[in-house]
Ligand binder design. Structure first.
Ligand code: FAD
Length: 521
């Protein structure tokens, strides 16, 4: 299909609408592209919002590329233009406008999502080649249902694209063992900020490969990823146990994540919940795994604090495994933990059902209107050194009423992260914690105002800075170069050097607000 150009002028626009120069340059650029995909200058609504629901922008056009070649043509045209920028949009599940391009071009990478799926075997290892615009849930279904294979490392929610999570890290309960998703990729095809299509891996174009992984979209657009896979289990025993003391919870979680392979669970996460029977989103009712399971209040000592802790684990097994073998493996691990006696919930679910568990939560959140409301989320990586102090002040005091959604806290191991990637980690120690405040609230005035929640996030970050905590924001979001420099610390010069090499005009991912587009006349 030849690219078509609809009307290129926004009619009901706000003050940030494109100026005359911008409007003038666009038709020329679009006509010269000759894409197989489409360009839409009218219905750009998708490109002007994201899951966070707090930022909007006015893109000049929404492009739906049909192939990597289309992606390269668009970037090349922007590179030759005086000042156009290009944002690859995965599934727009960013919080702070990271996939937006105000007055620039947004490329909906999902239009390429179904282009590629190929199983590749190299030197005894198995991989799948998938498109950067593929949703992880589609990768899961194809891998498991057609080949009984599965990527090793996931995110909790799979309505995210391969390119979107690889540009950050991609973390879930398997990351303690296999590292984040960025540690489970062998090769990428990337369209750089000059419009060149490059294949890269740890030996070939390695600076681009490691730069793009966790690179916040700054060095290129990922059009193909070669993802390491393993054989998929049939079933999962999914378990939650409850702790009243943070130090017992962290001791057990850290013990489990540092056990040798084969001597621990296959998935390890944890969360904080409010010590209240009346809070369906954050209190006791949020813990059982099945509506038939009740939370017996008499099991929680009256002396316990404002919040409690839940360790969430899962063990993989095959349908052919005898139930007693699974019970034995589970009980032997649980028997070594110090959770509150009898506050334990477990269910057996299919492996695919387990990985799609958040999709069910999405369906009910959509039904009651909180999926589309703003989500001022805060994600952090906090060093083990400071996590007890973080708990004492942030969880126990500042967030004792909850956040209307999950408050995740679980340990990860630095040695499973490749320091050559662009991801910034806390400075010290082998163990650090993922902390995720996944706020779901009714839109104001039924729920608290977004401003209030954003300011609570700021307060938490400022507290960490003031106390000198060793931490980084995960899915970072800053406004000034000073803040980005602080975020990357001694990796900043490497980040800038990579930018100069691969996107010298600063065309890509402008919504991250790290670099300013260099104008040329
Ligand atoms: P987008 O938001 O569309 O893009 C994110 C950034 O990546 C932008 O800068 C964009 O320009 C860039 N980008 C997008 N595609 C490409 C590409 N192909 N090449 C280069 N750059 C690209 N994260 C976790 O680690 N673990 C979780 O368990 C997890 N759960 C989540 C659950 C929900 C409900 C939500 C909303 C988010 C969750 N996230 C999680 C965060 C998620 O990983 C990031 O928000 C991710 O960026 C979203 O992916 P996306 O495909 O929507 O990317």
């Amino acid at each position: 299909m030849i690219a078509y150009l609809e009307r290129c002028i926004h009619e009901n626009d706000s003050e940030s609408r494109p100026n005359d120069d911008e409007k003038d340059q666009l038709p020329n650029i679009c006509h010269s592209l000759d894409l197989q995909g489409t360009i839409d200058c009218v219905a750009t609504g998708l490109a002007s919002k994201d899951f966070g629901g707090m930022y909007t922008c006015n893109p000049l056009a929404l492009i739906r590329p049909a192939s990597p070649d289309d992606v390269a043509r668009v970037v090349k045209a922007a590179y030759r233009s005086p000042n156009l920028t290009v944002a690859a949009r995965g599934n727009g599940h960013s919080i702070n406008g990271q996939a937006m391009s105000d007055r620039g071009l947004v490329m909906d990478m999902r239009s390429t999502g179904g282009n590629l799926f190929e199983v590749v075997r190299i030197n005894g290892e198995t991989f799948v080649d998938v498109s950067g615009g593929a949703l992880w849930e589609d990768v899961l279904k194809q891998c498991v249902l057609e080949y009984k294979l599965a990527p090793r490392s996931w995110t909790d929610y799979l309505g995210l694209t391969v390119g979107g999570t690889l540009s950050n890290a991609g973390v879930s309960g398997q990351a303690y063992r296999f590292g984040p998703q960025t540690s489970n990729v062998a090769e990428l095809d990337v369209v750089t900020g000059k419009g060149e299509v490059m294949t890269c891996n740890k030996n070939e174009n390695s600076e681009l490969f490691f730069g793009a992984l966790g690179g916040l979209g700054q060095f290129g657009i990922i059009t193909r990823a070669r993802v390491l896979v393993q054989s998929a289990p049939d079933m999962v025993r999914w378990i939650r146990v409850v702790y009243t003391e943070f130090e017992d919870f962290t001791r057990d979680a850290e013990w489990l994540v540092t056990r040798p392979e084969g001597e621990s669970f296959d998935y390890i996460e944890g969360f904080v919940f409010v010590n209240s029977i009346d809070d369906p989103a954050n209190g006791w009712p949020s813990v059982p795994l099945d509506p038939d399971q009740g939370f017996d209040p008499s099991r929680i000592p009256r002396t316990s604090g404002s919040v409690l802790y839940c360790l969430e684990v899962a063990l993989h097994y095959q349908k052919t495994d005898h139930p007693s073998t699974v019970d034995k493996a589970v009980n032997s691990l649980l028997g070594q933990l110090g959770f509150n006696e009898d506050v334990k919930f477990q269910v057996d679910v299919s492996y695919v059902g387990f990985l799609l568990r958040v999709k069910h939560a999405e369906e009910s959140a959509r039904a009651n209107g909180i999926w589309d409301a703003p989500h001022p989320w805060l994600n952090m990586l906090v060093s083990k050194r400071d996590i007890a102090d973080f708990d004492r002040v942030v969880f126990k005091r500042m967030l004792k009423e909850g956040v209307g959604g999950p408050m995740l806290v679980y340990p990860l191991l630095r040695s499973k992260w490749d320091s050559r990637t662009s991801v910034a980690l806390p400075a010290e120690g082998e163990i650090f914690y993922l902390v995720a405040l996944l706020r779901f609230t009714m839109p104001y005035p039924k729920g608290p105002s977004t401003e209030k929640l954003v300011s609570q996030n700021k307060e938490i970050v400022q507290f960490c800075v003031k106390e000198g905590f060793d931490f980084k924001l995960y899915l970072p979001h800053y406004q000034s170069e000073e803040e980005w420099k602080r975020h990357f610390g001694n990796q900043w010069s490497r980040f800038v050097k990579r930018k100069d090499s691969f996107d010298p005009m600063a065309i890509l991912a402008p919504g991250q607000k790290i670099f300013k587009r260099i104008s040329q006349s």
